[in-house]
Design a protein around this ligand. Structure first.
Ligand SMILES: Nc1nc2c(ncn2[C@@H]2O[C@H](COP(=O)(O)OP(=O)(O)OP(=O)(O)O)[C@@H](O)[C@H]2O)c(=O)[nH]1
Ligand SMILES: [Mg+2]
Length: 462
């Protein structure tokens, strides 16, 4: 699943490597190819259009970050857009109902019964006490199928010999109350296509019992039709979520990518095999990373974005030049440095620095301890003192040292160093250049490290 789309996207992005900027021209070709790849993967046309237009907007509005190249940045943009498409956040199941009802619905053979059993396994593991209810009273073997599954997984099945689904569910609810089951999974009947009888029955169940979850089970091999089915079910029943089954199959996957966009309903679970433990929560971000297969680059760009906060850097430059640099700015700078990683990682990134891992750990341990003490000292200052270091006098110092729990001479040493730093900064003849090159070097060091990992991990990235 997604293999072919994944390969194509990676190829397209590889082609943009080596370009200096994301421009309208060089993006246009990449966008055309991404569009084609998505359509070939069976993604719905409407979805493709929205996807491409969002990428275009984002790519054009983006400044090129130092330490990453445009193709890496494009990976991040496509990745973010995929997450958006897949529903952004994880959507847990709703267990707020009284009684707790989870209704499984969908077309024939989509995987309702199997998913019901898989879900029961999962809920049991999570400490719930599920009861499966056989609501498919039409297909002769349906009840037996559910009972067999129930036996395999040690979960009780409630079934009756009647055709009255409403009364079966009512009796099952009473039975559950009696026996202490706290969640009922309703395995409903499927039809070849959506028809009025099936819908009428589902609507009746919905109206009478108000299940907290109405999960539409969709076979991801269905292709484009999946979108129509999902939209139709949702329009009539207002489903609460989707279960995508057979993700282990070799379909092109585009339909799966389209259903969330078209219904605005989250994928809550995915079926990834015939075994009864093959049901997983759905994580949009993990799926996006799987499709693009470039997790390393995405985190590299994220780090660069966090760290290279250009605005903050510019602000600081100005303050430094005027010696307005305050304790607050000092804290800000510390936290920006930290975002690059631990001190040990930073030492490890410095080209040409030969130091054993043990030494690096020792030095960074001491360094990090020191940084923490400084942070505590600054935090013990009043907001006014933090902004105006010139206010510092001996009684203030005494109070701060006491508050921070450090000896007064330690605070003195820090404040002296801080003052020296302030003076030195003012003395920089070309502050901009210094800051710029410092940031640039750090960015490059980060990029180098990941480039190395990239070579190791990434098959197709050139
Ligand atoms: N490979 C794979 N097969 C699955 C998955 N989920 C279901 N199946 C298979 O799909 C087939 C149909 O599954 P069922 O659970 O019986 O489907 P259903 O929706 O209950 O079907 P009806 O009751 O006839 O409407 C079975 O052979 C399952 O083993 C999955 O995630 N992966
Ligand atoms: Mg079934």
């Amino acid at each position: 699943m997604f293999d072919s789309l994944s390969d194509k996207l990676q190829d397209i992005i590889a082609k943009t490597a080596g370009q200096k900027e994301l421009t309208q021209d060089n993006m246009q070709e990449a966008l055309r190819e991404i569009r084609r790849a998505l359509l070939e993967a069976d993604v719905n046309l409407r979805v493709v259009k929205a996807f491409i237009s969002n990428i275009k907007d984002k790519a054009e509005g983006e400044n090129v970050l130092s330490g990453v190249n445009p193709s890496q940045q494009l990976v991040k943009i496509v990745h973010d857009e995929l997450i958006e498409l897949l529903g952004k956040t994880v959507s847990p199941l709703d267990f707020s109902g009284h009684p707790n009802l989870i209704m499984m619905l969908g077309l024939q053979g989509s995987g309702k019964t199997t998913s019901s059993a898989k879900l029961a396994v999962k809920l049991k593991k999570e400490g719930r006490n599920p009861l499966m209810v056989a609501c498919d009273v039409y297909r002769p073997a349906a009840i037996t199928q559910l009972r067999t599954l129930g036996q395999q997984i040690g979960v009780e099945v409630y079934s009756e010999d009647s055709k009255d689904v409403q009364s079966i569910i009512q009796n099952a609810v009473n039975y559950a109350k009696d026996k202490g089951f706290n969640t009922l999974i309703l395995d409903t009947a499927g039809r070849l296509q959506i028809d009025t009888d099936m819908m009428a029955e589902l609507l009746l169940i919905d109206r009478v019992f108000h299940p907290a979850e109405k999960l539409l089970v969709i076979d991801s091999m269905t292709g484009q039709e999946a979108v129509n089915v999902a939209e139709n079910f949702d329009a009539q029943l207002s489903i609460t979520g989707l279960v995508l089954t057979k993700l282990d199959g070799d379909s092109r996957g585009g339909a799966a990518l389209s259903v969330v966009y078209c219904t605005h309903k989250p994928i809550k679970l995915t079926g990834t095999g015939e075994k009864l433990n093959a049901l997983e929560d759905f994580y949009p971000e993990r799926m996006a990373t799987r499709i693009l297969g470039m997790g390393d680059i995405v985190s590299l760009v994220e780090r660069a974005q966090e760290v290279f906060d250009e605005k903050t850097a510019k602000e600081m430059e100005k303050k430094m030049a005027k010696a307005e640099f305050s304790f607050n700015d000092f804290l800000k700078m510390q936290s920006q440095m930290k975002m690059f990683g631990s001190m040990e990682q930073l030492l490890g990134m410095i080209p040409g620095l030969k130091m054993s891992k043990d030494d690096r750990q020792k030095i960074s341990h001491e360094g990090e301890k020191q940084v923490k003490r400084i942070e505590v000292m600054i935090q013990s200052m009043t907001p006014e003192e933090r902004e105006h270091p010139e206010l510092m006098n001996s009684s203030r110092k005494k109070r701060i040292a006491q508050g921070a729990g450090v000896p007064i001479h330690e605070l003195n040493v820090f404040i002296n160093q801080f003052e020296q730093m302030r003076k030195m900064m003012k003395g920089f003849s070309d502050v901009k250049k210094n800051i710029g090159s410092m940031m640039g070097k750090m960015g490059q060091a980060g990029a180098k490290l990941t480039a190395h990992q990239m070579m190791k991990n990434m098959r197709r990235f050139r």
